[in-house]
Design a protein around this ligand. Sequence first.
Ligand SMILES: [Zn+2]
Length: 316
Amino acid sequence: MKAAVLYDAHDFRIKELPRPQIEKDECLLRVKACGVCHSEIHQWDVKLDGLEYPRYIGHEVAGEVIQTGTGVKEFKAGDRVAAWIDGKGYAEEVAVKTNALYPLNSNMPFKYAMAEPIACTVNGIEKTNIRLSDSVALVGTGFMGLILLQELLLKGVNQLIAIDVREDMLELARKLGADVTINPLKQDVVQHVKKLTGGKGVDVSFEIGGNEQTLNLAADICRMEGKLVIFGYHPGPRCIKDLGYWNWMAFDIINAHFRNMNTILTGSRIGMELLNAGKLDMSLLITHEFPLEKIEQAFQTAKDKPKGFVKSVIVI
Ligand SMILES: [Zn+2]
């Protein structure tokens, strides 16, 4: 079977690898789609110290069961599933434990069934403990922000403010139900948010962009004793310049990241149930598709973010 293996920065190679062997409690999947994750762009763009290359990455997989282990009762060949895996997803076939497989509706396109990123958003919202009628800001409305937005509307927030420097993303945010959109390149965000919230700031401020500006902005628009949610992925150095201000503002600081496998699998299950129930609209979010052979292009596109780009998916 073919797999895309990352040998070096900007150097994916398509290799012929042996078919994965499955254990008793595993299924073999024919991979139909694998999303390109923002967290993978770093290790593709620059060869990172401390990481082993060649690397077998790709973890946002959906596909069809083609073989089941001897102990598997819940799934059979032909079943359509989303999966949570920790790598080896950019391949024609992958072995997955059954407790990390989620059934998909017969009409659900595989490319919409991104269990891992949807699990992150579900868990982020659960950890934040959103209250009915909270005013909520999303700082960064790319792929993850636009999923969070839909889930927050399901929760029932009072006011949903989407903030992004990309007008095309704000347009999508409006389409998906944001009450207000603000572009920091065009408007004073802090002033605008204060006006919308009676001078206080929002009850919950999600930082999603994963950089210093989005983090600072999220803090600047959060009310005193509000929830500052660090949802973004921050792979850089460990420094928070504004801790004094955060401290004074008595923010409830929530790091919306998870490492416990049970939490991740539960979030995946809830997310895939929402997807199957038609509660999450992924049709506007999966904007770019590439075959396995064009994986370099898929990553380059995810890095460049051309107009209208939300998410690259490898479709096999
Ligand atoms: Zn991911």
